[in-house]
Write a new protein. Structure first.
Length: 277
């Protein structure tokens, strides 16, 4: 089975034969380097016991790496149907371990998998990467059994995910991610690794739910509204943005959003009048 996958032509050759080209409207930047895709795939915890969801497989460089690394099963969600000739070849070589769903990842129903458990590993399309991440974080916050997220982002977004209180990049994304998960940047990826070459550098981020942190957030929408309001005017004191009794939250009101840790945001969101948001 692994031999079949390893004997396939190089990704670049399969692209030439099929006529596949990256499409700007899908935010596609393809990875050809098998050493790099292999490194990403091997970063997925317990991959041999895990079903892995991949978004935007494109010419399947990372898909192949996940299968070669021993993934129990890979479910690849792809919006671009012109990738079908290449993905069909990978399906044939994977002996039942690869399922391809052609559709929009933002609209794909994974509710059955939410119960059984899965990991996510993807070189995310730049134009929907943050939106997809927020969706997965909300699922985790509501109890979905997502075991890990190993994701490629623009370096700027990666820094926003792992930021700590007081960091320049600390904001809404860091609050939500670090309330319920442990986050870290695994390694940087130069823009020369992609076709076409993007203007910015990238990084692989790993996000793992931490059961010792907040297990369930009852109202993620309220938390999102609060962080949007406070970080929208991050240089202002919080009392100048929302008029409330800040002392009941152990605050003076002179704090700024970038000075409050994720748990404080959750405490406020859980108790503040929604009409103030």
């Amino acid at each position: 089975m692994i031999d079949k996958l390893k004997s396939l032509p190089p990704v670049s050759e399969m692209m030439r034969e099929s006529g596949l080209e990256p499409k700007k409207q899908f935010g596609q930047n393809f990875l050809f380097d098998l050493n790099l895709t292999g490194r990403i795939a091997r970063s997925v915890p317990d991959i041999e016991k895990t079903t892995v969801v991949e978004v935007g497989p494109g010419p399947a460089g990372l898909t192949r790496a996940l299968l070669i690394a021993g993934a129990k099963k890979v479910i690849a969600i792809e919006k671009d149907k012109t990738t079908q000739p290449i993905l069909s070849q990978i399906v044939d070589a994977a002996d039942g371990r690869l399922e391809v769903i052609f559709g929009d990842a933002l609209k794909t129903d994974l509710s059955e998998l939410d119960k059984k458990g899965y990991a996510v590993c993807a070189n995310l399309p730049y134009n929907v990467g943050t939106e997809l991440l927020i969706g997965w974080l909300k699922k985790i916050a509501n109890g979905a059994n997502i075991k890990s997220l190993t994701l490629m982002f623009q370096k700027e977004v990666a820094l926003r995910i792992v930021a700590n209180v007081g960091d320049e990049q600390y904001g809404r994304l860091a609050v939500l991610a670090n309330l319920i998960c442990d986050t870290k940047i695994l390694f940087d990826v130069p823009n020369t690794a992609f076709v076409p070459r993007p203007k910015v550098q990238s990084a692989v981020v790993q996000i793992i739910p931490n059961k010792n942190k907040i297990k369930v957030i009852k109202d993620t929408e309220k938390l999102e509204k609060l962080t949007a309001k406070l970080f929208g005017q991050r240089r202002k004191m919080i009392r100048g943005i929302i008029k409330t009794d800040w002392e009941k939250f152990g605050l003076t009101g002179t704090e700024r959003a970038e000075e409050m840790d994720p748990k404080k945001f959750l405490e406020i969101a859980s108790n503040i009048d929604v009409n103030l948001l």
